[in-house]
Each structure stands twice: as C-alpha cells, then as structure tokens.
Design a protein around this ligand. Structure first.
Ligand code: ATP
Length: 586
C-alpha cells in the first residue's frame, strides 16, 4: 500500500487543492440555511421586498461560487485520480513485463488483467471520491452542529443526541454490508472470469455444441451474484427507512423544542427552518460518508491486490553489463549440462538430467510424446525459465551471463501457438529488427514460405493484421511468425512445433529453406512428425522429461527403442521390413 502512495505524491498540489475547494463549498452550504432564515425572519416577517430580493441575490451568488468551488474540486480530484491511476497502470504493466514466465504462470493471466483494469479503476474511483468527500462530510456534520449552537443552544442539544444515534445506525448497517460487498466482488470476479473464458473459447463451445451448458453455467454464477446483490441491497435499503424514522423523530423533538423557544421569544421562525435544514444536511452527509467508506474499503482492498502484484519480485535477473556475447569459445552453439527443471508449483520434474551439445550450424531435431518436455527444453535456451539445476550454455557461456538484449539477439524463437499483433505485416516483421528493410523482410518471408501469403494481400506489407492476426488462417499465421523470427537473422533459431498447421509439401520446403540459411545458424526443430526432423544432424528423443536417445535418424533406429516406436507408429508399413532385416519375428 505504501508503494502506491508514491504515485499520489506526484499529485500533491491537486490532492491539497481538491479537498480545500470542497471545504470552501461546504462553507457556502452551511451559510445557506442562515440566509434563508434571514429572508423569513426579516424579509417576509417585515414584508421587506428589497431585503428579500437582496438576500435572494446573495443566495444565487453563493450558489454560483459554490458551484465554481465544486467544479474546481472535481477538476483537481479527477486530475489526481486519473493521473495516479495512469502511472500505476503503467508501473504494473512495466512490472509484468519484467516478470519471468515462472511468476506469470503462478499469478495467471486472468488475475493480472483484473488487477490492471478493474482493480486500478476502483483505486482511481476511491482516490477521486476520497479527495472530494472524505473531509466534506465530517465538516458538514461538525459545521451544522456549530451553526445550530450559534442559533440556539437548547435546540442544538437535540443535534448532539441525534448525531450519535444516526451515526450508530448508518455505520452499523455499513459494517454489516462491508463483508457482503467483498463477497459480491468475489462473485463478480467469477462472472467476469467466466465471461472472458467463454468469449475466448466461443469457437470451441460452438464446435462442441456446448452453448446450452455454457449458458447454464453462466446463469448459475450470474444468479449467485444477483442473490448476493439483492441481499446486500435489502440490508442497504434498511438504511433509508431507519434513518428517516430517526430523523423524523429528531425533527419532531427539534420543532417541539424550537416551538417552545419561539413562544418564549428567544428564537424566530426562520431559525427553526434553518435548524431543520441543518438536521437534513447532517443525515444526507452521514449516508454519503457511509457509502464513501464502502467505496474506500473496496479501493483499499483493490490497492492491496495491485501492490501485491508490484511486490512480486522477478526471479529472472540479467547482468547489468553485457559482454558475454563477445566471448564465443569452441564450436558448441548450445550445451546442456545435467539440466533438470521443475515448473513452479508442479510436483514432478518436467526435465531430468538432460545433457547434450549442439554444434554451430547444426540442425537439431527434438521429438517425443505429448508432454515429454520438448517445449520446456527449448524454452530454457531462450531463458523463458531458468534450469532448476545444471547449466544451459550458449556459445560456451552460461545463458545467465547474457544481458536480455544479447540473448534476444542471438536466439530467435517461434512458439507452438503463432501470435501476431494488431498492425501492418511490416510492423510485425520488424519486431526482431526495428530498422529491417523491405528487402530483408521479403527475404525472411521467402524462407518462411510466406511470400505468396503476403503477395496475395492487397496492401502486401502494409496489410493490416487484426488483433492476434485474426484475419489470417492458422498456417498463414505460423509462416508469418517464422518470418518474423528470421528477419533478425538469429544465430540460434528455435521452431517449436511451429509448422504443425502447414501441409507436408510446404513444411518440407520450409525445412529446406531454413537448412540453407546463410551464416552458421543452429536450428532446433521441435516436431511430433518424424518427417520433420529425420534429416537433422542430431535428434534428441524425449520421453517423460528424460533424454531417451541422441543421434542421427539411422543411429537412433538402431539404438533407441522409443524412437523406433515413434517411427513405426508413423510409418507402420516399415515395421515388417525392419523386422525382417533384423531377424525379429513380427
Ligand atoms: N507452465 C507450466 N506449469 C506447470 N507444468 C507445465 C507447464 N508447462 C508444461 N508443463 C508440464 O511440463 C511437462 C512438459 O511439457 P512440455 O510443454 O514441455 O511438453 P511437450 O513435449 O512440448 O508437449 P507437446 O508436444 O504436447 O507440446 C508436461 O507434463 C506439462 O504438463
């Protein structure tokens, strides 16, 4: 929470001016009943028209000045709250960018979106309301009592008795409501999460004809939220009748007491009206204060959740100074030395004691069953995660010794799920190299077999992609993602099952083009298909996180049982021939 105060400090001036002008407005609010009293007691009682008109003019003037004060307060409160929320949103966003995948996996994307949008909006709302109303309401209550004392001490005592009773009623209801509001917030979070999940997965829902089930699930959560809201609403609804009964009793006592004072001549009728007005102002402000406290309560809870995200330290630290990229030794591009890895919160290891060396310029195929650890292995090269034990080396240096930029420049990754961003194709292609020329982009597109995709679009490189490349097919997105990684000409290229949506012919052409890349590019090809990695210089066979085999296709066919099984599952007709050759009885 303290960390969030820093952002408000940047708006010190606004945070002082807003409540100050609100207090100025209060002064006029408190004076109005007195002017009305004078109109009644002097103007109307004495049938003095000019006096009434002049006092009426004063009322209009006071209203105008009060309005200006209110606008000023509103302006500065909005400036402080919006500014503070903007800075906070930026800080949280920056912090999220610095977090490693381990933290991102642990916190979860949905939670981060809620913190970044809903929670910060609530904090903004709390700051705005707090700056305007936190001082105003107590000041009006206190000011009304003081004004009542200046009018008549005996009547003012009615105020002194009424206020604590009203206070207990209003804040009692508020205290009961606060935990319920928290439950409402949690139910709202559930409905929001469900909405997001349903909208993201709308195609799958329709493909599986699960619309009715989705609607029923949503209805259940929505009903829960409605029930809670109704319950809270009923409790809050108690506030009005209760306070109005109390205020009417107080008004009766006040008017009875004031009547006695008028009868004995120590008070005038207009002053009775003024006292009644003060009584009404007090109840209105107490109710406002109660709802303000509920808002502030929610805001504080949201602020705590936001500062919780800011407090998460990143486990991924990079050296401040570069230089590792220059210390290239030997011909090993990537080396794994007894590497094991466990995901945060996962019980079992996803990789166990993996060791291998990929020489510069080689193509390394990685194959294995679903969940065998292929993606995990390559994600350690680009340092999406750090090995739990053992060392991952790039060009003879531990990956931990590279700065983020150095490693990013060396390693180009194309992940399983192609992700493109809203903008032109050219903008997307320049992610790896900001100043890439059109010629360089076309070259990468050609290697990635994406040239004809772009040529087919009317604006070619200026063709605008929608969010997440929605206006492209799965295969087109994959080809463009590969091209994007190629534009920066990485020394190590990782294609993590990134051509799964391509037809066999295009996939083969792509592999050939990647193999013929200029320079000494070391390529990691993760694939489920033997055909995709068969020609690789070295094939790593993974099974349940362990390295089951390492060699060329021919070597593995002789030595690795797991590899052979994968091969025969994809080429069943070869099994008989193999068995005959090796003398095994099928
Ligand atoms: N973010 C994560 N958090 C926890 N466990 C994970 C995470 N990602 C993967 N795993 C687990 O790690 C193991 C290896 O997963 P990985 O994605 O590396 O497999 P894979 O061989 O690439 O599978 P596929 O071919 O299906 O993509 C699996 O058991 C998986 O459940």
């Amino acid at each position: 929470m303290k960390s969030l105060g820093v952002y408000l400090k940047h708006y010190k001036k606004e945070s002082i001016i807003a409540p100050l002008f609100k207090l100025l407005e209060v002064v006029f609010d408190l004076l109005v009943p007195m002017v009305v009293a004078q109109i009644i007691d002097v103007g109307i009682a004495g049938n003095n028209r000019p006096y009434i008109v002049s006092r009426f003019g004063i009322l209009v003037l006071m209203a105008a000045v009060g309005l200006c004060c209110s606008f000023t307060a509103q302006y500065f409160a909005a400036k402080a709250s919006v500014g503070c929320a903007t800075e906070l949103r930026q800080a949280v966003f920056d912090h999220i960018q610095a977090l490693s995948f381990t933290e991102l996996d642990t916190i979860g994307t949905d939670t981060l979106i809620t913190r970044l949008i809903n929670d910060i909006n609530q904090v903004q709302n709390g700051i705005n309301m707090g700056l305007r109303l936190l001082l105003r309401s107590p000041f009006i209550v206190f000011g009304s009592v003081v004004m009542a004392f200046t009018v008549n001490v005996k009547c003012a005592i009615v105020f002194l008795v009424t206020i604590p009773i009203l206070f207990v009623a209003v804040f009692g209801i508020m205290l009961v409501s606060i935990p319920l509001f928290k439950k409402v917030q949690a139910a709202l979070d559930r409905v929001t999460g469900m909405t997001r999940e349903n909208l993201n997965g709308v195609r799958v829902i329709r493909a599986f004809c699960r619309e009715e089930q989705s609607v029923a699930d949503f209805e259940k959560s929505n009903d829960e939220l409605t029930c809670l809201n109704e319950f809270v609403g009923k409790i809050s609804a108690l506030l009005n009748p209760l306070t109005y009964v109390l205020i009417n009793i107080a008004a009766v006592v006040l008017i009875w007491q004031a009547g006695l004072q008028v009868n004995i001549g120590s008070m005038q009728q207009g002053q009775v009206v003024a006292l009644y007005n003060y009584m009404l102002q007090i109840i209105v402000e107490l109710i406002k204060l109660a709802s303000l406290i509920i808002t502030l309560n929610k805001s504080v809870a949201c602020a705590e959740r936001v500062s919780g995200v800011l407090a998460v330290p990143t486990t991924m630290n990079y050296p401040a100074k570069g230089g590792a990229a220059k210390k290239v030794t030997g011909d090993a591009a990537v080396t794994f030395k007894n590497v094991s890895f466990t995901y945060a919160g996962a019980g079992a290891e996803s990789l166990s004691d993996i060791s291998f060396t990929a020489k510069r310029g080689q193509t390394i195929g990685i194959i294995g069953g679903t969940g065998s650890g292929k993606s995990t292995l390559v994600s350690l090269i680009s340092r999406f995660y750090d090995a739990t034990s053992g060392d991952v080396m790039v060009d003879g240096e531990n990956v931990k010794n590279y700065t983020k930029e150095e490693l990013c420049n060396k390693v180009g990754v194309v992940q399983q799920r192609a992700v493109l961003f809203k903008g032109s194709i050219r903008d997307n292609m320049r992610w790896g190299k900001e100043d890439a020329t059109d010629a360089e982009i076309w070259e990468a597109l050609t290697t990635a077999q994406a040239k004809e995709v772009v040529e087919g679009k009317q604006d070619q490189l200026d063709f605008m992609l929608e969010q997440n490349g929605k206006n492209l097919s799965g295969g087109q997105k994959q080809r463009l993602s590969i091209a994007r990684a190629l534009v920066k000409k990485p020394e190590i290229l990782i294609l993590d099952d990134s051509s799964s949506a391509l037809d066999f012919a295009t996939d083969a052409k792509l592999r050939k083009a990647v193999h013929n890349l200029e320079g000494n590019t070391t390529t990691f090809l993760v694939s489920q298909r033997i055909a995709g990695i068969r020609q690789a210089d070295q094939i790593l066979v993974l099974g349940n996180g362990t390295l089951e085999g390492n060699g060329t296709h021919d070597e593995l066919m002789k030595t690795c049982e797991v590899y052979r099984e994968i091969y025969f599952s994809q080429f069943p007709e070869e099994r008989a021939a193999y068995n005959n050759e090796s003398g095994v009885i099928a």
